[in-house]
Design a protein around this ligand. Structure first.
Ligand code: WTA
Length: 683
């Protein structure tokens, strides 16, 4: 339970200035509203829903659900029976009802300093309508799935909202994923169209995105899934005459030697030519509350990514509310979330949450270290950013360069700092708070998942005293519990499985095309609870501390990867008989991949093979999954029943000799051999 009074010791506070105008200005107010949200969720969310546009009203219960597999099918319904359109609420409502047409929706800042563009709410509405008409003209209908594989450009937001406007379901694939991963996701969601771009720069590195998209489409064809259409945005290869049109982001200032744009006239269509003649008016498709809004793939512990499905109304209410309260959004804010829209953080907190509030955001294409390590702070000063949201891995990376690159810029506009994606170590938290925020700005450490749609454990900046490294308390409507291995709820200070006892509007509804898998992964282990897969500790003051994944999942630079996915990429190599992958602590990435491979008989391990295996994983999954270490493992530590003892492998990867109880090991001699072959220094 949440304590009546906030603790006074060992906690940090934001500035008093923030409290004056804050939506939730004290811990007492948080607690009072929290109790209301849990005791009368219908009333709590119903009040919030009044701010939005509903074509027809909902009937029946506000939030209806079953979280208990023993009682039948798992389901969650929010505002069932109501109809609305999310793009209408994000755009038309802001332009027409709230008179925000001239307000800036996005300051787009390109990879290259000087590449910039401003888009107002009115312009965004027009562009979304135009592109929605383009999609319709290509035969895309309500319920169809559309794959989007694009860099961080305004057109990515346009494409996703155009899908939402016509009731099509977007499935965005992060542009850092490989052709193989894109193909797998296109096929799983049975997409009818792909939207991509010619290429983009990540820092100095040119990514030939269209080339990868074509490779993915070829793989789809080879597997019997012919994709008929691909719309390509010219982001780098714009012709000179196009630059006068504001229907595309400005051309990159640098030349693009090496850019390859393969073109297949049977399949490929050009974004610009299609939008040129399209009308900028488009009546939205009125969708039911529980119609699907999007699919976003996240790693699954079996190795096959899961298509997490979110629906219209609950997701809209939840992202809008968490955005407003967790960042204490005020109308004159300039908000910046550095995530990529290809991940859930970008979906919820670059596109949907901020636009639902009529906020002005920075949309950044580049990297924190390009052209130098001051880039983030330069951008903060350039746009006078007030609320800033990034990942612990970015903070740890910048910490390495010391204070000077930060202090070159003023950062006086900053009011709230946020983090997401992985546990933040107290040292990085302190640096963020002291150096970046100059002890003025609260740090909201937001815990959530692709599956939860929005923040579920998080401080509120003017209400919650912070403890570095703790995501503190539940958001409104969220009821966490900590369970032991036998599924008993633990009270008071304790440690165990983090679960949730009931849904909130933004929780996922199913795994696309596989409801059974949804039930098995999240609801089977402890009937009656949604299981997060994370370990958690509650301290004497009731604060929650995420201790990390307790399944076979790794978190590399804030990106979840399943060990099984990497292992299956490794064993696909003809030299590899068996592979086991574990996480090894990494000072910047949080965790890095340490792979043990057993080779087929008669083969020897060498540098060439090591390089080939790294390349193989990169090509199968994407650069984020590149292993840091690959070790030859003539044998793997297994139990007598043949189960690999990952716990032992994790210790070997770290060079830790204290292995604990290894009496269940079938052959203990393999352990010594593995210690002798290990790579990297001990950690
Ligand atoms: C981890 C990202 C500790 C956690 C929004 C979770 C965190 C997984 C935090 C989801 C945090 C995310 N503190 N751990 N503040 N935020 N995680 O689906 O393990 O990419 O289960 O969603 O990231 O990752 P996903």
């Amino acid at each position: 339970m949440i304590p009546d009074k906030a603790p006074k010791e060992d906690v940090f506070h934001g500035s008093d200035d923030l409290k004056k105008e804050a939506h939730i200005s004290s811990f007492e107010k948080y607690k009072e509203l929290y109790m209301k949200s849990v005791e009368s969720p219908g009333e709590f969310w119903g009040d919030i829903a009044k701010d939005f546009f509903w074509k027809t009203k909902h009937t029946g219960q506000f939030l209806d659900y079953n979280f208990d597999v023993t009682r039948g099918e798992i389901f969650v319904k929010c505002m069932d029976g109501a109809s609305t359109n999310i793009s209408y609420n994000l755009l038309d409502r802001n332009v027409h009802e709230r008179k925000l047409g001239d307000k800036v929706a996005f300051y787009w800042e390109g990879n290259e300093p000087g590449d910039e563009l401003t888009v107002t709410y009115r312009e965004l509405l027009q562009r979304v309508c135009q592109f929605a008409n383009v999609l319709k003209s290509q035969g895309v209908k309500k319920g169809d799935r559309v794959s989007i594989y694009m860099p961080m450009v305004v057109e990515l937001v346009v494409a996703m909202l155009a899908c939402a406007r016509i009731g099509a379901v977007h499935s965005i694939v992060f542009a850092g994923f490989s052709a193989e991963s894109l193909c797998e996701r296109i096929m799983d969601s049975q997409c009818s169209l792909l939207i991509t771009a010619d290429g983009f720069y990540r820092g100095d590195k040119l990514i030939n995105l269209k080339l990868l998209a074509d490779e993915a489409l070829q793989k789809c064809r080879d597997k019997g899934f012919p994709m008929q259409k691909c719309i390509m945005l010219k982001h780098l290869s714009k012709e000179a005459e196009d630059t006068s049109l504001d229907s595309q982001s400005p051309p990159a200032k640098r030349p693009c030697p090496g850019l390859q744009v393969p073109w297949n006239p049977d399949v490929d269509l050009c974004w610009l030519s299609l939008t040129r003649g399209a009308s900028d008016e488009c009546e939205p498709e009125w969708c039911d509350s529980e119609d699907p809004l999007f699919i976003l793939y996240t790693s699954g512990s079996t190795g096959k990514p899961k298509g997490v499905l979110h629906t219209v109304s609950g997701y809209m209410l939840y992202t809008a509310t968490t955005f407003k309260l967790v960042f204490d959004y005020q109308p004159d804010d300039v908000y910046w979330c550095t995530a990529d829209i290809g991940w859930i953080t970008g979906h919820s907190y670059i596109t949907y949450g901020p636009l639902a509030n009529g906020a002005t955001s920075v949309l950044f294409e580049g990297l924190p270290t390009y052209p130098d390590v001051s880039r983030m702070w330069e951008i903060v000063d350039k746009y006078l950013v007030t609320k800033f949201y990034t990942a612990p891995t970015a903070i740890r990376l910048l910490m390495k360069y010391g204070r000077e690159p930060v202090q070159k810029f003023k950062r006086e506009s900053l009011k709230v700092l946020g983090t997401v994606g992985e546990p933040i170590n107290p040292e990085a938290w302190q640096w963020y708070y002291n150096v970046v925020g100059e002890r003025r700005c609260p740090v909201v450490d937001t815990f959530w998942q692709t599956e939860t749609g929005g923040h579920v454990l998080t401080p509120l900046p003017a209400a919650t005293p912070m403890k570095p490294g703790s995501a503190t308390f539940p958001f409104f409507g969220v009821v966490p519990a900590i369970l032991n291995e036998s599924g008993e709820e633990l009270e008071g200070p304790s440690e165990g499985y983090l679960v949730f006892k009931r849904p909130w509007p933004g929780v996922m509804r199913t795994v696309f095309g596989n409801h059974q898998r949804f039930e098995t992964i999240y609801f089977k282990k402890f009937p009656g609870y949604y299981v997060t897969g994370d370990g958690c500790r509650r301290d004497k003051d009731g604060y929650y501390w995420i201790t990390g994944r307790i399944d076979d999942m790794l978190n590399v630079s804030g990106h979840l990867l399943s060990t099984a996915e990497v292992e299956s990429a490794l064993v696909e190599h003809e030299a590899v008989a068996e592979a086991a992958v574990v996480g090894r602590p990494h000072p910047v990435k949080g965790e890095s991949l340490y792979c043990f491979v057993t080779l087929n008989d008669g083969l020897t391990f060498n540098r060439t093979l090591e390089a080939e295996l790294k390349k193989q994983v990169r090509e199968k999954i994407g650069a984020i999954a590149t292993p840091d270490f690959i070790q030859n493992a003539p044998g793997l530590p297994k139990t007598r029943s043949g189960k690999i003892m990952r716990r032992v492998l994790r210790k070997i990867a770290c060079g830790e000799r204290d292995l604990g109880d290894i009496s269940t090991l079938a052959d203990s001699s393999v352990v010594e051999q593995l210690f002798q072959n290990r790579c990297g220094a001990a950690v």
